[in-house]
Design a protein around this ligand. Structure first.
Ligand code: LAN
Length: 769
């Protein structure tokens, strides 16, 4: 059988990002959709009657998200960077939502909707018809057809990726579960692609898990997910509490469901499942010797091949542990404790859960344990809506239940850095943004922390099973909203930084007066700083949700072939910078509060940033693409220490790294292949607005003495701006786990505005053509 290699499938990797629009697909009326934002809980609603449409008028933001004309006015062409920044801000401020935050479609990953749709199918709790119609439209729009990634008819791991089995088998299945006919020409094409890749048996572990519980595959094909690992004592180096939070929180319900070998009750009688059994495999379903395909995987999916150790462990589990040693009492205890931990996760997030992978899995666990009528199942079912987002291409699943805190904190910072924050016309925008952050700050620790033996005030990074191994959160912010409830190091830092910026602004005419009321009192700012102080690793750096709890060697047990570096928390220049720069500012504001600890934190963190720089002057970014993103952060850290081009060889090297890669049109463009390969890869579409803005910010912070290249970059940002002040969507901006890309559509507003303003402040606001 011919099986394609990853990244070599058709030579169009990271190719055109433009989806193919099929005019004849059913579609709902876009003018009837509305975004509801209830204190940061965002859900889309389809209005069915004209009366409802009258009662609930469509907003500018709705129209923007839906790709309908916003009707916002054009401005006279900007001649200077500040005029361009202001036009951008005028447009962007119109997208601010009622509670004060910004929102966006946060799509990219193509494996999230399938988990949701499979779960809703097996539990018999389907979405509404308009939602289903829009999901079908979205999945077809993301299919690799026409000039998109070679047009082989499959789907990749994310919207810009080459086709692979995971994306293709799961999205094909999703479309079928939503009622699409197997005879649709695009479905035929998708099956052709799937067969070309070896069929669904060549899917990664997660595909095999979903298709087994759906009854299309057999559990024997799934590598073990033993929940008994949760019974290991905490000191054991591989105990799951040490894993990166996303891995352990997915492993948790997955292990529970695997342990029960739960299968959709009607699988054998449901005609659709019986058809899928015929459609997804290259050989007859009845002939498949499932256990032989546990490790089968298409090279297109195998970003991170399983280690020899994991293969050995799986072999022993399957041949020895499961048949002979996995006694009933042990299974019972493992399932009980897993169920408790699932309940703790649900309780701490009002059933929102960490992300849309574990959320449907937890819903299914509740369904299995408590039955279809249980409150837990109903609440999960409601919460699913928080992940769904309607864009111009249809309805997708976001990577989280939104980007509320993160984008809002950056929007505030952009207004501050550009000086617009002191202008009366933006007062309300800023005030509302900070009021939103105020509303979303966690004011309580996870349930059970205060009664646990590791409780302390101020808190530490210690954790314990009594409260599900959570990290402390009083004073922290999460990435999305308060309901979700997980502290993130840099989200806390950026929100705290934004708040301090606004609350310390003085009146331009009377510096003895502050411009804004104190929205978040001092005590709560100190709680946030306390959280940041719990986030540092021994290396001096910071990770994402918690300091690193386990060894990097745990990567040997990484069973999800499609992702890299997922098993534990790592050191990240982005998160480290956010914490360092915020603590630096905090220390200037409250010089007596935990000053020695903060000083030590800053020194060791900056030292880590220095040491993490590569010989070529770059830093590798893990959450944005890629070297352009991380470089911007690292140079912000160094700037707080007074390290600039003039006095630092390191900073000069970083500037050279960027200047050597500037395109002839003045911009920068970096492909997501940089994240996958760890080497700079130019973007196939050339300069990108967002990355150009990141580099401008980096060079301004570095006080790069040569104005000319930066001015050319600013020229590109200005040329790409539309007359109404907006910038159009270009390539995908974000990444996680090295291989999966994710969209940050507001970056195209926030960072160009900030870059233009910072440039003008540093080098003057002369006209640019
Ligand atoms: C995010 C989104 C935000 C991101 C930043 C704040 C930008 C980063 O600096 C720290 C890490 C964090 C919070 C982050 C972690 C991983 C997330 C949650 C995501 C990239 C969004 C989606 C992703 C999540 C893991 C998707 C579900 C997939 C699994 C493999 C479980």
């Amino acid at each position: 059988m011919r099986v394609r290699k990853r990244g070599q499938s058709n030579g169009h990797g990271n190719g055109s990002t433009k989806p193919l629009h099929k005019k004849d697909d059913p579609k709902t009326d876009p003018y009837r959709w509305r975004l509801r934002n209830d204190r940061g809980v965002q859900t889309w609603h389809y209005l069915t009657t004209d009366e409802e449409v009258k009662q609930w008028p469509i907003t500018v933001a709705d129209k923007h998200y839906l790709g309908l004309g916003t009707g916002l006015p054009d401005f006279p062409a900007a001649r200077t960077p500040m005029q361009a920044a202001e036009n951008g801000l005028k447009f962007f401020s119109k997208l601010q939502l009622e509670p004060g935050n910004w929102a966006c479609e946060y799509g990219g990953p193509m494996f999230l909707l399938p988990g949701i749709i499979v779960t809703l199918y097996v539990t018999g709790m389907p979405l509404s018809q308009p939602e289903q119609t829009e999901i079908i439209r979205y999945i077809f729009n993301m299919q690799n057809l026409g000039n998109k990634n070679g047009g082989d008819g499959g789907w990749g791991l994310h919207i810009e990726a080459d086709s692979a089995v995971f994306g293709t088998a799961m999205n094909y299945t999703t479309l079928r579960l939503l009622g699409v006919s197997p005879d649709d020409p695009r479905m035929r094409k998708a099956r052709g692609c799937l067969f070309d890749l070896g069929g669904a048996l060549n899917g990664p572990h997660w595909a095999k898990f979903w298709l087994s519980l759906l009854g299309v595959m057999n559990w024997e094909v799934v590598n073990p997910v033993p929940p008994e690992l949760w019974l290991l004592p905490d000191w054991v180096p591989i105990s799951p509490w040490r894993w990166w939070i996303h891995m352990r929180q997915v492993f948790l319900p997955m292990g529970f469901i695997w342990s029960k070998r739960w299968v959709y009750a009607k699988a054998d009688t449901d005609p659709l499942i019986r058809q899928l059994r015929q459609e997804l495999f290259t050989q007859p379903h009845d002939d498949i010797a499932w256990a032989r395909y546990r490790n089968a995987i298409s090279p297109a999916d195998d970003y991170n091949p399983k280690s020899w150790l994991l293969n050995l462990v799986n072999y022993l589990l399957v041949l020895v542990w499961i048949p002979y040693l996995r006694l009933d009492w042990l299974v019972e205890r493992a399932e009980r404790w897993s169920w408790k931990l699932i309940q703790m996760e649900d309780a701490n997030s009002d059933f929102a859960d960490l992300a849309p992978v574990n959320s449907p899995m937890n819903m299914l666990a509740c369904y299995i344990e408590e039955g279809p009528g249980a409150y837990s199942v109903r609440r999960h079912r409601e919460r699913i809506h928080d992940f769904l987002w309607l864009g111009k291409d249809g309805m997708m699943c976001c990577g989280t239940n939104g980007v509320q805190n993160w984008d809002t904190a950056f929007a505030v910072q952009a207004m501050y850095e550009t000086g617009f924050a002191t202008r009366p016309e933006y007062h309300q925008t800023l005030l509302k943004a900070v009021e939103f952050l105020e509303d979303q700050q966690f004011l309580e620790h996870p349930v059970g922390y205060e009664q646990s033996p590791v409780f302390s005030d101020p808190p530490t990074a210690k954790t314990s099973p009594q409260y599900g191994y959570r990290h402390v959160r009083k004073g922290a912010w999460g990435f999305s909203n308060k309901v979700q409830g997980y502290s993130v190091s840099d989200c806390t830092a950026e929100a705290l930084k934004a708040t301090m910026m606004v609350q310390t602004l003085t009146h331009p005419n009377d510096p003895s007066k502050t411009l804004f009321p104190i929205v978040i009192p001092e005590q709560r700012l100190k709680w946030a700083a306390d959280i940041l102080l719990t986030m540092q690793n021994k290396s001096g750096a910071c990770s994402s949700y918690e300091p690193t709890r386990g060894s990097e060697r745990l990567e040997l047990l990484n069973a999800a072939e499609v992702f890299g570096r997922i098993m534990v928390e790592y050191d990240y220049p982005e998160c480290t910078t956010a914490c360092v720069t915020t603590l630096h500012r905090f220390n200037q504001l409250y010089p007596n509060y935990r000053a020695t600890e903060i000083r030590r934190f800053i020194d060791t963190a900056v030292q880590w940033i220095r040491a993490n720089q590569r010989a070529d002057g770059s830093w590798y970014g893990s959450w944005g693409i890629c070297f352009t993103y991380a470089g911007m952060f690292a140079l912000e850290s160094l700037a707080t220490q007074g390290e600039t081009h003039a006095n630092s060889e390191r900073v000069r090297r970083a500037c050279t790294f960027f200047l050597d890669r500037q395109n002839a049109d003045g911009g920068w463009g970096e492909s997501y292949r940089s994240c996958e390969t760890g080497k700079w890869c130019p973007h196939p579409d050339g300069s990108q607005v967002v990355q150009t803005a990141w580099v401008v910010i980096a060079l301004v912070r570095a006080q790069s003495p040569d104005r000319e290249p930066i001015a050319r970059a600013v020229g590109l940002l200005m040329r790409r701006q539309r007359p109404n002040g907006e910038w159009l969507q270009e390539g995908i901006e974000g990444v996680f786990n090295k291989s999966c890309m994710i969209s940050y559509p507001n970056y195209k507003f926030i960072f160009p505005i900030q870059a233009l303003g910072m440039y003008a402040k540093q080098y003057g606001d002369a006209e640019i053509d």
